[in-house]
Design a protein. Structure first.
Lengths: 254, 254, 254, 254
């Protein structure tokens, strides 16, 4: 079988679209943010990506129906000030380094065909403690992008994060640079212990300024309140999880 | 060498056969169930599958003869109300995700050639405690299959199992769906500590209703009694195994 | 680069040669036995096998010269009652299942070209305790071989070893059977804690009967005495190694 | 995508150049040494090597710009007594055995095209304790090289290091030998707990004699003083790191 299979339900014609990646990762920050935007902007799925770089697994959905684990591409036309958007979301990132490289290269080819001019990747930045007002750290392929994003409050630290950015959010930037596609990564501060809708919101607030779109946050806010309630109870009980909850999403990182 | 090698001793001509998978897994529920059916219905082996995705290992059989670890295909014609059946059983599942995908794709190609119209995959659903009356959970590719199987007592829970189904039983469903083959997975509740003939019987009781065949259970019952005797002794001694006995069968799952 | 590279220094013409494998493994029993036979019979190296399935490593030899880790093929003509022999020895077995299968398939092709009619594979059978008089367990591809080897004192137990035979010694048998080459595996009982010349000698005593050759054992005996001295000191000190010394040779087994 | 991608910014014409490898490893001895030489001799980058055998990661540089992890090739013409040099440095070695073999083979092809006549690989030799005057151990492909290097104070011990040399520094020698390229490996003694500029200097002092070039060491000396200050504080506090700091650079070992 092919290493990666894509099935299109539709091949959208888009006008210089902007690509947004939100795969699972630390605190699921990127995933929450991208999925929220898909919901709020009414983006439409147009392709499924299957791969032997994903786990050999099906998800069981409501009603007992199965779905082979995958990544999915969505699009929306004319969002906000008129920008076309493509989204990449999914159940998993590639399970090993080779898979990460192959999947990233594959996605870059697909979105280049669709005319993508810029890339935003969304992720979390694990700090190992609960953060009340998460900052958004950034990294980019071009210097003018750094300056532009700083205007929206993004923090570009010297050599931060120290270990670099591991996984799809980083790799897309690194490989997009080789294809001369302008790209930015936003990383919301997060404990790493829980899925973190608050951090996702912080990331989104920056992203929507950069895109010139507007969205409602009430859904994310309600999720954030649930998580806050849980963490408050844990703090009282002085229970400290030994392992980050979202760690399994990047199990090959060691 | 080829990644996967198949050796046919016979190429049976079958009438819209139903395919049944029972590879090793949690509690070896699927394996026990499928092998019992093969024995009781007198199914005949027609192909051996070898692969470098299996461990580099031979089994030593009675009399000191070796057998390279493999998967095997059996068939029986005109079982019960006249249905033709194909079985997949074996020593191991693929040892890594790539192997799982490749082997599943390979098997799907083989059985499509043989005209397979429907798939049943059999497995265990580990609950971490000893179960007296194991339920049978289900997952399926199509909604009408869910409804039909519910008639036979199969439980389709909302998003159960939560982690999805990992391994051959799940992957066959997910990939069969991409090939438009109607498929159902039956998972018998099991502790995960022992091979579990009782759970295998629960799965079989559902399966034979779905297939319209009849089988004798005395062999499985006698195995179940042996296991019950062992677990009873363990309970008395308050010994609790630290690791599920059948865990090694899916060693790549972590 | 090729997955496996062979470099011949010579292409010997042999008369229905017998192939003997002695790669590293539990107690290095097979390696010690095969190397002893190579030395005593004056066998000559005729090929080096390099592979990316071996570790990325060079050995440093006397005088500071390096040697890329490899497997090596030796031959001797007209040994004992006139049999031609080929030996496979080396620094490592393949590091993962795929490597094991590929290397075994590769070796089988090489030795088939050289006209090999029979295979003996040599290994250890770890029992987890120090053995004074190691038995030799056997496994074979054909029933008449079992009977013949029993005459030489080899023990063929029902389903022993229970886990089958993992690694090159087993795989050669399993894959040779698919090529209709008659093969036997000898496994010398060994603790698994030390390299075990005594077990190697037990294996060799059976092998030379089967081959009809004669060899001197004084070299192995002197190695065995050294190991006995070490184990005696350890017993006195009641030191018990936590991990088998030779375990690293098959590090992928888990 | 290709397993390994090379991007040339320039294709230098060189006169029988000497190749020097200094990838990350124990104590980062080789990396520090090679980078120091690149700086002091004013060598110029002429190629980037990207690969899916590296981690799926970008480094974040000053100013928030990203760089896909890579290896880099530098050259300098007419250094010292007139020798042309090529350097290989980078963020990582290949992450698994296959990657190590493929990357080494790739580099050997590239440098053969550039006419390389000799290879020096630089690394550390971990001894597990802090060393005040690090010795430099050597290994080589040819006997006359051993004799020549002994003149410069390099120690060639019988079978030292006992485990052989694992990783790029060793593999380049082993594979260069198969291509008849004369090669030497220098390994500076190092604790393995810290990056070790002192050991790097010891290696360089030997290398520059062999090359006939001269360099200033003040930069390395100042780095060494910083490390000495840290280790002195640790000794006082009797803190002993449990794991070598540079171990992650060769995470697949061990």
């Amino acid at each position: 079988m092919e290493n990666i299979i894509i099935r299109y339900s539709e091949k959208p014609k888009l006008n210089k679209p902007v690509f947004i990646e939100g795969l699972p990762g630390i605190g699921n920050v990127g995933k929450l943010a991208a999925e929220h935007l898909i919901d709020e902007l009414g983006a439409k799925k147009f392709a499924d990506i299957y791969s032997k770089y994903f786990p050999p697994q099906v998800m069981v959905q409501d009603g007992g129906l199965v779905k082979l684990v995958n990544n999915e591409l969505y699009y929306v036309k004319n969002a906000g000030k008129g920008v076309d958007l493509i989204f990449l979301v999914g159940d998993y990132q590639g399970m090993n380094p080779e898979g990460q490289y192959e999947l990233t290269d594959f996605v870059l080819q697909v979105i280049k065909e669709l005319g993508v001019q810029a890339i935003f990747t969304l992720g979390g930045y694990g700090v190992g403690r609960i953060v009340d007002k998460p900052k958004v750290f950034g990294a980019a392929t071009h210097e003018d992008l750094v300056k532009e994003m700083e205007k929206y409050g993004v923090v570009f630290s010297r050599g931060e994060p120290g270990t670099g950015i591991v996984g799809a959010s980083g790799l897309l930037l690194g490989m997009a640079f080789l294809h001369d596609i302008r790209s930015v990564c936003f990383m919301g501060e997060t404990s790493g212990y829980f899925v973190d809708p608050k951090s996702a919101r912080a990331v989104l607030e920056v992203l929507i300024k950069a895109l010139g779109v507007e969205v409602d946050f009430s859904e994310l806010e309600s999720k954030a309140k649930q998580i806050d309630a849980i963490t408050a109870r844990l703090r009282e009980a002085e229970v400290k999880p030994e392992e980050p909850a979202a760690g399994r999403d990047l199990g090959y990182i060691g």
